[in-house]
Design a protein around this ligand. Structure first.
Ligand code: GTR
Length: 430
């Protein structure tokens, strides 16, 4: 017994040490512990040249920032695939009790049979003239999850298991229909005269680290027997690329006003909508819902999720070069206000939630505010609020911002603000 005791205790010490190593590094939630930081100036070029006019922004600084984010954070954006094509839409012009047209379109990313593809679901309101302005967003659990409408095809691709949502053995089941309807108020959107287009993000790239082989990554093979290039596209780039392919389709659909498409996303898909809006200027409005680290939140504020957490939990979301900035945020040649600024002068909306501290709501507001000088240089009102607005009190200029009460989620309150924002900008400039 006496001999066994030390062995047991060293084993438990080892287990403890292993648990400590495997535990996620701590997150800071104390404002007073955030070290002072200086943000890179979006209006000063890398060589120190100040940006004093829209032309210098457009021809020098904007491309420079786009290149920084492509090579250091998300990975470069692949070109549209040569084999891109669309199957004929399957249409029900009497959907949702006769209030909407439902279309389902398969977007094929290559000519190769069985190659990667994405299924786009559209609802178009019937009681307004067409073409209709639209919201476009990726969903987490398949198109069938956004509404109980039995006419929506059940997604058959890999999906993260979720008992509550009826996803078993990585496949959706009939029990998955409408499980995420709370985040997609389809009737509310249609009633305000907008169309809605959505696709499952896992169609574009299944959200697990498989060494970048599946989904659209199959179209961008890495050189054999070589490490992935530092700017190889991560999953966020792949999902954003998929949104652009959805836009390619929307431009061909006579029922959609492709000049008025707002791209919207939540959480990792909010990071994605910002990157899509930065890389594809066809998106007329860009909306980030609770996007946090790698989305709207400033990296330099050590509050909530940091690069050390996100690159560890989700190594496949970013490009390989990004990991070099773990605990070295001050060395980033950019911060996320510059991602937001890439949307300028198009309207951009950043939304936070009070209880979503992991996403650093204040860091999201401060990034939106730090993008304001670019918006103003380009002749727009930018973000009117000088300080973080109170809960449920949106500030709306060409940059919009709100923090609502409640948790990390998409609510009717959020959607109502996005529709107000779209109405305001699109009514002013039909
Ligand atoms: C979390 C991640 C966040 C956010 C979120 C989500 O686990 O840390 O950055 O992306 O997932 O997408 O639901």
């Amino acid at each position: 017994m006496r001999l066994q005791a030390p062995a047991v205790s060293s084993l438990s010490l080892w287990l403890l040490a292993a648990a400590v190593t495997a535990a996620p590094p701590a997150a800071n939630y104390d404002e007073s512990k955030i070290a002072p930081y200086t943000l890179p100036d979006p209006l000063v070029c890398s060589d120190g040249t100040p940006v004093r006019d829209p032309a210098t922004w457009r021809t020098r600084r904007r491309p420079e920032i786009l290149a920084l984010l492509s090579t250091q954070e998300y990975g470069r954006m692949p070109a549209p695939p040569p084999g891109l094509h669309f199957e004929a839409p399957r249409v029900d012009s009497n959907a949702l009790g006769g209030t909407a047209t439902r279309k389902q379109v398969r977007i094929l990313f290559s000519d190769r049979p069985g190659g990667p593809s994405m299924d786009l679901l559209l609802y178009i309101p019937k009681d307004r003239p067409r073409p209709a302005p639209a919201f476009l967003g990726l969903n987490f659990y398949g198109n069938h999850s956004i509404h109980p409408d039995p006419g929506i095809d059940l997604n058959t691709n890999w999906m993260r298991d979720n008992k509550e949502f009826g996803v078993a053995n990585n496949r959706a089941t009939e029990a998955s229909r409408g499980v995420r309807a709370n985040r997609w108020p389809v009737e509310r959107i249609l009633a305000r005269g907008f169309a809605l287009a959505t696709a499952y993000y896992g169609d574009i790239d299944p959200d697990f680290d498989d060494g970048f082989k599946n989904g659209a990554h199959a179209l961008w093979p890495a050189p054999p027997d070589a490490p992935r290039p530092p700017d190889a596209p991560g999953a966020i780039t792949a999902w954003a690329w998929g949104l652009s392919r959805a836009m390619d389709y929307l431009q061909t659909d006579p029922d959609i006003d492709a000049r008025h498409v707002a791209v919207m996303g939540h959480s990792r898909l909010g990071k994605t909508s910002l990157w899509a809006g930065a890389t594809d200027e066809r998106f007329a409005i860009v909306i980030s819902n609770n996007s946090g680290c790698g989305g709207a939140a400033l990296h330099r504020r050590d509050f909530g999720e940091q690069i050390r957490h996100i690159t560890r939990a989700f190594p496949h979301w970013f490009c390989p070069a990004f990991s070099a900035y773990v605990d070295r945020e001050a060395e980033l040649p950019f911060d996320q206000h510059m991602l937001i600024a890439l949307v300028a002068p198009r309207p951009v909306y950043i939304a936070s939630a009070e209880e979503d501290r992991w996403a650093d709501p204040r860091g999201e507001f401060l990034a939106a505010k730090a993008a304001d000088p670019v918006y103003r240089l380009l002749g727009t009102p930018g973000l009117p609020a000088t300080d973080m607005p109170p809960i449920n009190s949106p500030s709306s200029g060409t940059i919009g911002y709100h923090i609502r009460d409640g948790k990390h989620d998409v609510t009717d309150y959020d959607w109502d603000r996005y529709m107000d924002f779209a109405d305001k900008h699109w009514r002013a400039q039909p």
